[in-house]
Design a protein around this ligand. Sequence first.
Ligand code: ADP
Ligand code: GLC
Length: 485
Amino acid sequence: MAFHHKIVFIASEIYPFSKTGGLGDVLGALPLTLRKMGADVAVITPFYGRLSTGEFKLRLITSRLPVGYPWAPITAEIYMADYHGLPVYFIQRGEYFDRRFYYNTHEGDYFDNCERFIFFCRACLEWARRMDMAPRLIHVHDWQAALVPAFMHFWRGIDPFWRDTKTMLTIHNLAFQGRFASRLFADSGLPAESWGMDGVEFWGDFNLLKAGIAYSDLVTTVSPTYAREILTTEFGCGLEGILSKRRASLRGILNGADYSVWDPGNDRYLPCTYSPDDLTGKANCKESLLAELDMDPRLGDRPILGFIGRLRRQKGIDLLIDILPQLMEMDLGVVVLGEGNLEFEAQLMELMETYPGKLAVRVGYTEDLAHRIQAASDVFLMPSRYEPCGLTQIYALRFGTPPVATNLGGLSDTIVAYPHPECNGFTFPEATADAFLQSIRQAVDVFDRPAEWELIRQRAMHTDYSWERSAAHYLEVYRELGIDV
Ligand code: ADP
Ligand code: GLC
């Protein structure tokens, strides 16, 4: 069988097969949308032990692909799935990917993450090297795939197969860089000249994301505002220097939402569906979630504030914890779904015992509950300290759950803030507990003026962030690189 694809995506997650956050959602939608728009795209990703294959059959393509890493050649198996017409290749090597989690346990990162993802990058390129023709573009995502552009940079001159292949890196979160001890560089197979300020070296360490920034033909990130923010010391996570050097090749392209998965009109996880024209279903979803989470049924008429996300400082969950006692003095309910930092998890569970019936906390990663909270809540909370794009606020808009969010990154690119005549949500200028509380109070005041609230909710539900628009921007950028798509 002949394998050839003009554009190959390489990423460590793809929904519905694997997901820890927004990266998985993006990979589950963008390549497929590009394909529907006529681009010849395929994806390569790891075969995790916890892969959800669901209705999709995986077919073994190669059982012994030699990968020259780390010291002697080892092999990988390649599987393939047809995801609604999108070819997805899975790199399998049990030793690296057959684990309980993807990148880390509660105790911290897996000790061999560097080795795991060097292996992944090299295996992806070995697999692409076996295709009948080289891809015109390899589009990689985040640190786990970011060594690929560095390899390509050096291999292009040596191997004619790669001569015309361009590379592009999309940064979904600059704080996760894949930073490792310098001794691990030697095993990567990169030439010594890449070890330096303009290459993969970062304060004496080996930095995989920096490799992608330094060596990709183009670098993008997931919103225009974040693309500007990461050039500053406040948001640059130490990489603002190299990013500024690459400024002319840096673009911000806003993510979209996959409305075939995130739309209250056809959501398979909801007890009732609803649309902007008939919101009865939303009230039913609320009633049913209050019962599911053992909350006071009288809250049916009062605002429910929902939070869904990784329990980390990025998401400002500590700000929510700080103001919860004050929120609990108000006539409203709060629902939190998340997992992450053990201390935040414990603090939230303790608060739930103090405020039974008014505060519901569910620790864990539960896809279906995330949908039910989006639908049942009245207000969506997102007090992030930084947010490259943020998808949950985009989903919340569609679910008629106006967000209260910090005015930064993708949040400011997706929310039109009250009291703007076209507003669909609320924002506050900086991630502090006071500003957050004040913004929630403002939202609750408006909630108590039903006619005004309804206008905001309608505008939220009609806000359109479908992937087609974002995918069209990606196509433009691919063309900038000379790729005829
Ligand atoms: P990030 O990628 O920074 O985590 P995004 O807003 O881009 O943030 O995407 C988060 C995705 O992960 C959304 O699909 C959200 O519903 C999902 N998610 C986050 N935490 C949980 C959880 N505890 N249970 C289920 N889904 C979650
Ligand atoms: C990252 C970011 C998030 C973004 C997602 C998808 O996880 O934290 O803001 O929406 O990637 O691009």
